[in-house]
Design a binder for this molecule. Structure first.
Ligand code: FE
Ligand code: FE
Ligand code: ZN
Length: 305
C-alpha cells in the first residue's frame, strides 16, 4: 500500500463532496479531510446524494479509497463541560446528527476534540466526555469517532496518553478510535524524534489498531509549550526529517495522513490566509526533499506580495 496522504479541504453547500474531491485531487492527494460546515459553528446544510454519487465516481477513477476520507467535527463542541446542561445536551445531539450526516456521505471516521473542562477539573471533565460518548455511541455505528490527541492548551483534555486511555477504556466501544496530531503531541511534551517509543507505549496501553488517522503538522513552538500553533512542514520545531520518518513509519503505513498546516500569508505578520500550500507540501513529502524556500517561492509564484 502506497502512502495515504491528503489535507484539509473545504466542503461547500453547493458542490459538497464532489468539490472536496476535486480540491484534494488538485493537491495531488489520495485522501482528504473536511468539516461538513464551518468548523466554528454548527449550522449544517442537507446532504445532496447526487453530489455524493458523482464524488464516489471521481474517487474511484482516481484511486481514492473512500474509507480513508475523514470528517472533522466542529471544534466548538465541548463534551467535557456540563455546567450548562442545555449546551451539553446540544453537543451530544449535534454529534449524533453529525454521525448520521457522515453515514449519509459514506464517511467512516470522524475526528473529535475530546473537550476542555474549563475549571471543572480533569476528573470531572474526563467523566463528562465518557458519559457523552457512551450516549452518542449507544448503538453500533458505521462511522467511528476518533478522539484527537491535544496540545493541552488551556484546560484541554486528551493531552496525554493516560487521558486518551481513560476515555477509550471507559467508553469501551468498537466505534471509538484515536487520531494522533504531530503538532499537538510535540506541544504536549512528546519528543517526536522518539516517535517509535511513543508508539510502543501506545501499543501497550491502548493498541495501535485504535489509531485511524494522523494529522501531520509542524509546530511553531518548542516541545511541551501547550500552544497549539501549527507550522508548515519543515518550517517548525519538529522539523522535516522527523516528520518524514513519522509519515513513512511502517507501523502506521495504512493510516491516512492529513495536513492541517497554515495557509500562506503575504508576510510573516499577516493573518490573511491567501494560499493553501498543500500541493507543495505533499510534493516535498513524496520526494522526501525539503525546500526551505517553499514559502517564498509560493509568495513569488502566486503574486502574494
Ligand atoms: Fe483537530
Ligand atoms: Fe489536528
Ligand atoms: Zn491544532
Amino acid at each position: 500500500m502506497a502512502l495515504i496522504i491528503g489535507s484539509h479541504v473545504s466542503f461547500s453547500k453547493n458542490g459538497q463532496l464532489l468539490n472536496s474531491v476535486k480540491e484534494a485531487l488538485d493537491y495531488g492527494s489520495n485522501t482528504f479531510m473536511f468539516y461538513t460546515g464551518a468548523p466554528q459553528n454548527t449550522n449544517r446544510c442537507d446532504i445532496d446524494d447526487s453530489n455524493t454519487i458523482l464524488a464516489d465516481n471521481l474517487m474511484k477513477e482516481n484511486g481514492i479509497d473512500k474509507d480513508n476520507v475523514i470528517v472533522h467535527a466542529p471544534y466548538i463542541i465541548n463534551l467535557a463541560n456540563d455546567s450548562k446542561p442545555e449546551s451539553y445536551d446540544f453537543a451530544i445531539n449535534f454529534l449524533k446528527q453529525e454521525l448520521d450526516r457522515c453515514e449519509k456521505l459514506g464517511i467512516k471516521n470522524m475526528v473529535l476534540h475530546p473537550g476542555s473542562h474549563v475549571g471543572l477539573g480533569e476528573k470531572t471533565g474526563l467523566n463528562n466526555i465518557v458519559n457523552a460518548l457512551k450516549i452518542i455511541l449507544n448503538k453500533k455505528r458505521y462511522t467511528n469517532i476518533l478522539i484527537e490527541t491535544m496540545a493541552g492548551k488551556g484546560s484541554e483534555l486528551g493531552k496525554n496518553m493516560d487521558e486518551i486511555k481513560y476515555i477509550i477504556d471507559n467508553v469501551n466501544s468498537d466505534n471509538l478510535g484515536v487520531c494522533l496530531d504531530t503538532c499537538h503531541l510535540s506541544d504536549s511534551g512528546v519528543d517526536m524524534k522518539d516517535f517509535d517509543l511513543y508508539l510502543d507505549e501506545f501499543d501497550k496501553k491502548i493498541g495501535l489498531d485504535k489509531i485511524k488517522c494522523i494529522h501531520i503538522n509542524d509546530s511553531m513552538n518548542k516541545i511541551g509549550t501547550h500552544k497549539d500553533r501549527h507550522a508548515n512542514i519543515g518550517f517548525g520545531e519538529i522539523g522535516f526529517d522527523t516528520l518524514i520518518s513519522i509519515i513513512y513509519n511502517e507501523r502506521l503505513k495504512n493510516v491516512p495522513k492529513i495536513l492541517e498546516t497554515p495557509y500562506i500569508t503575504k508576510d510573516d505578520n499577516s493573518k490573511e490566509r491567501l494560499y493553501a500550500p498543500y500541493k507543495e507540501e505533499i510534493d516535498m513529502i513524496r520526494k522526501k526533499e525539503f525546500n526551505s524556500n517553499m514559502i517564498n517561492d509560493i509568495r513569488n509564484n502566486h503574486n502574494i506580495n
